[in-house]
Write a protein of this length. Structure first.
Length: 382
């Protein structure tokens, strides 16, 4: 019998675990460790913000995965020893034949004074719900969507959030009394995908009357006065602040020696292998440098495919095979634009010297395609 340890039940971790279950023998044990009791489909948080989803719609209990013959350990992982392929959780040490590290990135709103108290975290269920409650009652004023720092996961999400807020206000005939703006710590939207994609997003935002302010790094938020101060000296008032918090490498990866405190876990960009034997890392916890010198975006589509590649490589290794599939850097994403319309982009992020990404004409069909993707996500695993 073999035991495979998967740390993290996000997109990448579950993709790896399910693929391993398909590839390995019934007696082989696949252990998924996560302190949360549910898996959340993060793309649907945008629909919570726009009032078309509730918290129960976007999450499923991890305990249900036991019916898929996965062993679920709901406990905080306190230590990882990559040398011995050992994980400690809730006082118990789990040793495996392989380890897949997929804890994601840690969200750290406390890194900006006043941010957590003064705004609503777009990347949590609670934050999206509370933001919608304010939006529901907002009849006039200013909505600010803030990107606090880079890198951050789901690069399109804050721009989608601004367009969905715009669409919600227009449906309720309040848009003329409410300004919507995006203040970003990055130089351009989805910059790693190339200037054409960035410009397409900028134009989509501008067409909706949303003000865009790039290269603005937040210094602090004053919740009492509802003001944001940026390092440039600019100050902005708001009535609703929706923010993307700073992201950092999980302390678990730092304490294990797998990542520096100010960086990410380094892996082979094709195989996702770390420098430790039988240890792989996937998804947002990794830092993969592209030929352009920029990092591969932190996005679920990459974590998903990386998880499947790693699972296939582990299965091949256990079967005594020296080769396995590799991750090719292909990815795509939907871009919600409000009003039942979405865009879509797809491309090769490993292309040299720059990623080659194509944006398709926005339309209702892409929005319907994202709805279908959401349904398929739950039906294939739960």
């Amino acid at each position: 019998m073999h035991r495979i340890l998967v740390v993290g039940a996000g997109v990448g971790g579950l993709a790896a675990a399910h693929r391993l279950r398909q590839r390995l023998e019934p007696e082989d044990e696949i252990v998924v460790l996560d302190q949360r009791n549910a898996h959340t489909f993060w793309p649907s948080l945008l629909w919570i913000l726009s009032g078309t989803r509730h918290s129960d719609d976007v999450s499923r209990p991890l305990a249900a995965l036991r019916e898929r013959r996965l062993k679920v350990v709901q406990a905080e992982v306190s230590a990882v020893d990559p040398t011995s392929v050992c994980v400690t959780a809730d006082g118990r040490a789990w040793t495996g034949d392989a380890l897949v590290l997929a804890p994601g990135a840690e969200l750290d709103p406390s890194g900006i004074p006043g941010l957590e108290e003064g705004g609503h975290n777009l990347y949590t269920v609670a934050g999206s719900e509370s933001a919608f409650r304010v939006l529901e009652s907002l009849t006039h004023g200013q909505v600010v969507v803030l990107i606090a720092s880079v890198p951050f996961k789901c690069p399109a999400a804050p721009y989608e959030a601004a367009m969905l807020v715009d669409g919600y206000l227009r449906r309720r005939r309040r848009r003329s009394a409410v300004t919507v703006s995006v203040w970003a710590a990055e130089a351009a939207p989805m910059g790693v995908a190339g200037p054409a994609i960035s410009q397409a997003v900028v134009e989509a935002v501008a067409q909706r009357g949303i003000d865009y302010h790039p290269d603005e790094r937040v210094e602090h938020v004053d919740p009492g006065r509802r003001r944001i101060r940026f390092q440039s000296g600019t100050e902005v008032e708001y009535d609703l602040l929706i923010y993307v918090p700073p992201h950092r490498v999980p302390q678990l990866a730092v304490q294990s020696g797998m990542a520096p405190a100010d960086g990410w876990v380094q892996v082979d960009r094709r195989t996702l292998e770390t420098r430790w034997d039988r240890v792989w890392a996937i998804g947002d916890v990794t830092g993969i440098t592209l030929p352009s010198g920029k990092l591969l975006p932190k996005a679920g589509v990459f974590a998903h495919r990386q998880g499947e590649v790693v699972a296939d490589r582990i299965a091949a290794a256990l079967a005594g095979q020296s080769e396995g599939p590799t991750f090719d850097g292909q990815g795509e994403c939907f871009i919600e634009m409000g009003g039942g319309v979405a865009g879509f982009a797809r491309g090769n992020f490993y292309a040299e010297p720059m990623p080659v990404v194509r944006a398709f004409r926005p339309g209702r069909h892409w929005h319907l395609a994202k709805l279908a993707f959401e349904r398929s996500w739950w039906s294939q695993w739960w």
